[in-house]
Ligand binder design. Structure first.
Ligand SMILES: [Zn+2]
Length: 219
């Protein structure tokens, strides 16, 4: 998949549009959350630290190397403090073109309550998200999150960060955003289900069929 990334100016617009969309849905309140996209094999576009997503501008994004060195950006602006987590994804997954980290409330609430999303309950979540692991607790805005996701990112596109947020990856910005939206919708549905009772996991037979469908679509 390498070498198929959109031009940098397109990626800047896509990231800004995605940030505003996720902010409008309450998934990136205030300065929370961050996004990045791969410009080429060795460079990544990333949002600056501390900028509210509602007002993010395309020219405010920084270009960094996979080692975290800033190549270009507005003077005085620094990359997001979660950059080490983003770079860990790009280093381990050469086919990934975009990374989104958000603070989706229902998803985080499930981690607080100790409910795992690894248990397959909703068929469409199995198809779109696959199994969703939850990391061990790591301090937000520190390199601890890089270590926390390292164990999971090779095999998973959607990861819950305990007591903190979620991480989604995709070939494109749109793909990573759609997974974040689907994750939060799944979590909200599960919360409703737990209010009404104890949701039953999918049967082994139903799960096997879903895995066939997922493999058919190359996921
Ligand atoms: Zn966060």
């Amino acid at each position: 998949m390498s070498g198929t990334w959109a031009p940098e100016w397109v990626l800047r617009r896509q990231i800004v549009a995605a940030a505003r969309r996720l902010h409008a849905q309450g998934l990136m309140p205030g300065p929370a959350g961050n996004l990045s996209a791969r410009v080429d094999e060795g460079r990544v576009l990333v949002v600056p630290s501390g900028v509210p997503k509602a007002g993010l501008q395309p020219e405010e994004l920084l270009v960094v190397t996979l080692e975290g060195e800033v190549v270009s950006g507005i003077k005085g602006m620094k990359p997001t403090s979660e950059l080490p987590m983003h770079l860990e994804v790009y280093r381990r997954r050469p086919e990934v073109g975009a990374v989104v980290h958000a603070h989706p409330a229902a998803s985080v609430a499930l981690t607080l309550a100790g409910v795992s999303l690894a248990k397959p309950v909703l068929p469409e979540a199995v198809l779109l998200l696959g199994e969703v692991p939850t990391t061990a607790y790591a301090t937000p805005s520190t390199p601890e999150n890089r270590t926390a996701i390292a164990k999971w990112i090779a095999e998973h596109d959607v990861i819950l960060l305990a007591r903190h947020g979620a991480l989604t990856v995709g070939h494109t910005v749109e793909e990573a955003v759609v997974k974040m939206e689907a994750l939060e919708h799944t979590a909200q549905t599960l919360l409703w289900a737990y209010l009404a009772g104890e949701p039953e996991p999918l049967s082994a037979e139903a799960l096997a069929k879903l895995k066939e469908v997922r493999a058919h679509y190359g996921r």
